[in-house]
Write a protein that binds this ligand. Structure first.
Ligand SMILES: [Zn+2]
Length: 156
């Protein structure tokens, strides 16, 4: 049974790879915990403008990768006594909900068309809809009977 969900969120433009990730650990019976991590001196030195007000070890909610979010969530979950096998992870780019353990295995997170599975090349146009990413061909034939049922947002 799932007892907690790691929610990963990110800035997401149309088919643009995200640069920062945020996360929370939502314990279903109770809390909603925003995940944080300590900043390193190396990061501050590399990007002094961005970390202007920070000292090494200060906490930020901004992670460099979604994997870092999951690892932070796992640590937090242990701290509060949750079994890692009861945690699900949502929000890994281009990936459906996974168990905590599966989320740490190597994953293919390349953006792909949800309907035909075609992997997008960098910069290739695609449609980013509330129900997922679609290639131009699939999106433009979305009124086919197959797709009518999937509830793709029909904005024009
Ligand atoms: Zn497609």
């Amino acid at each position: 049974m799932v007892e907690a969900i790691v929610n990963i969120s990110t800035f997401r433009g149309s088919c643009v790879e995200a640069t920062h990730y945020y996360g929370s650990l939502h314990v279903i019976s109770s809390e909603f915990i925003e995940l944080k991590r300590p900043i390193t001196q190396e990061e501050i030195d590399k990007n002094p403008d961005r970390w202007y007000n920070y000292d090494e070890g200060d906490l930020t909610n901004c992670f460099k990768s979604w994997r870092d979010v999951i690892i932070a969530a796992g640590k937090k979950a242990k701290e509060i006594g949750l079994d890692l096998d009861t945690i699900a992870v949502v929000g890994i780019p281009n990936t459906e909900r996974l168990s905590y353990r599966d989320s740490l295995k190597p994953l293919d997170t390349r953006p792909k068309c949800k309907r035909c599975g075609k992997v997008f090349k960098p910069g290739e146009p695609c449609y980013n809809t509330p129900s997922g990413l679609f290639c131009v061909t699939c999106y433009e034939t979305r009124n086919d009977t197959h797709n009518r049922k999937t509830g793709i947002c029909h904005r024009s």
